[in-house]
Design a protein around this ligand. Structure first.
Ligand code: NAD
Length: 422
């Protein structure tokens, strides 16, 4: 295969998702009928919708909402606003959500949504109009009992508030349980903003323990310094690790002696960039993953660790904060090199776990303390990690396959129990 074509094939997230599922289905000897059902998404919705910009011109945007499987409960999954969003990407992200909810055993199916847009190029007014119109377009699918969106790349608590308000306006009353990741003032949950990064930290510490290591002075590189990356970095530092490099889409910064994450977060908020942070050198994106370190946390986008760079990664532990950052080709290289990898569907499941708590709190209009939320989330993450570890040791597979075996089996059983309608 020509290199360009191989790169294109390797970097298609839907192909990655189906490949991962196929491998698990083979090991589980999954019934052929169930295999056909679970290998495809159940619903894929595409819309094209207009937004009037501040200068009165009209732009037409394309958005998607995909539901992969809803046999274990209502669909759940984030909304992504990014220029590279595609149908295949959203399908993959929806399938990963199904497995993620099943790994941590919360009663949801998997979904995902996205709009092809650079949200940072819009004014606040334009972003609000885009969000409200997209919410209206997908309102035929969403709702507290049907499909509950949440933040993902390029979306945040404010966008979730606009989304919830739009659906509420359609119904004439407040429907706070329509989305999660909202501001605390309008039904959001304490602990949600930190939840995904907290789960990454919990999985990192648990994985280090299996390697006979402690967090103290472990050197960490974090790719992506958004919600997941910055919180993971901060909590890993608090756990005793030393963060030596972080990056964003334009490049990264590096100091082999360690960066102060607290100061970095303040600097990033003040300056709008990581560039120019005192005492750190700039690193191009392609070099960041190859930096000398003990732990690598990819927390940006898919297809970052591929057959082209996996052999050069120095970390002995990779914890996937992002969804789908590693291709199957890279997985094989890392496995052969003895690198331990905690897969996305386990490592970043802290976010959807606290989203589940937010939904439960909204439905009951009864709110829990942050301490209670963090303790319950830690209990779920720790239990899930142990369950995955036990399958790894029993089946002699890697952690990704162990997590898939656990998840696919749970979803397959639910799908078979419900039967095929009609
Ligand atoms: P975000 O929009 O808050 O941040 C994304 C970050 O990645 C930004 O700092 C951006 O500059 C950076 N980035 C983009 N391309 C990059 C590149 N090529 N190299 C380096 N950095 C790059 O998004 P987020 O919510 O932090 O999501 C990050 C990842 O985590 C995504 O894969 C998302 O699906 C996954 N995830 C998010 C949540 C959540 O609760 N937000 C939960 C589970 C998984």
């Amino acid at each position: 295969m020509a290199v360009a074509q191989q790169k294109r094939t390797e970097s298609n997230p839907w192909r990655t998702a189906q490949h991962q599922f196929d491998e698990a289905a083979d090991i589980l000897k999954l019934d052929p009928g169930l295999r056909k059902i679970l290998r495809e998404v159940q619903r894929e919705f595409t819309c094209h919708f207009p937004v009037q910009m501040d200068d009165k011109t009209v732009r037409n945007f394309t958005g998607f909402r995909i539901q992969h499987n809803i046999n274990r409960g209502p669909a759940k999954g984030g909304l992504r606003f990014h220029p590279n969003v595609s149908l295949d990407e959203v399908k993959a992200l929806a399938m990963w959500m199904t497995w993620k909810c099943a790994v941590v055993n919360i009663p949801y199916g998997g979904a995902k949504g996205g709009v092809i847009v650079d949200p940072y190029s819009l004014s606040a007014n334009e972003l609000e109009h885009l969000t409200r119109r997209f919410a209206t377009e997908i309102s035929i699918l969403v709702g507290p009992d049907r499909d509950i969106p949440a933040p993902d790349v390029g979306t945040n608590a404010q966008i979730m508030a606009w989304f919830m308000d739009t659906i509420s306006m359609h119904h004439g009353y407040s429907m706070t349980a329509t989305v999660t990741g909202k501001p605390v003032e309008v039904g959001g949950s304490l602990g949600r903003a930190d939840a995904t990064g907290r789960g990454v930290m919990i999985c990192t510490v648990a994985a280090l323990e299996t390697m006979g290591l402690k967090p103290f002075n472990q050197r960490v590189v974090v790719q992506g310094f958004g919600n997941v990356g910055s919180v993971s970095a901060r909590l890993l530092e608090e756990a005793g690790c030393q963060v030596v490099a972080v990056s964003e889409d334009y490049g990264g910064i590096y100091n082999p002696l360690g960066l102060s994450v607290k100061k970095l977060i303040e600097y990033r908020a003040r300056e709008g960039t990581l560039k120019g942070f005192p005492g750190a050198e700039l690193v191009p994106n392609e070099d960041l993953l190859k930096i000398e370190c003990d732990i690598l946390v990819p927390a940006a986008l898919e297809n970052q660790i591929t057959s082209h760079n996996a052999a050069e990664i120095k970390a002995k532990l990779i914890v996937e904060g992002a969804n789908g950052p590693t291709t199957p080709e890279a997985d094989e290289i890392l496995r052969n090199r003895g690198v331990i990898l905690v897969p996305d569907i386990l490592a970043n499941a802290g976010g959807v776990t606290v989203s589940y708590f937010e939904w439960v709190q909204d439905l009951q209009s009864f709110f829990w303390s942050e301490h209670e939320i963090n303790a319950r989330m830690e209990a779920i993450m720790t239990r899930s990690f142990k369950e995955v570890l036990a399958i790894r040791d029993e089946q002699r597979v890697d952690l990704r396959m162990a997590a898939y075996l656990l998840a696919v089996k749970r979803v397959a059983v639910a799908t078979a129990d419900r039967g095929i309608y009609p």
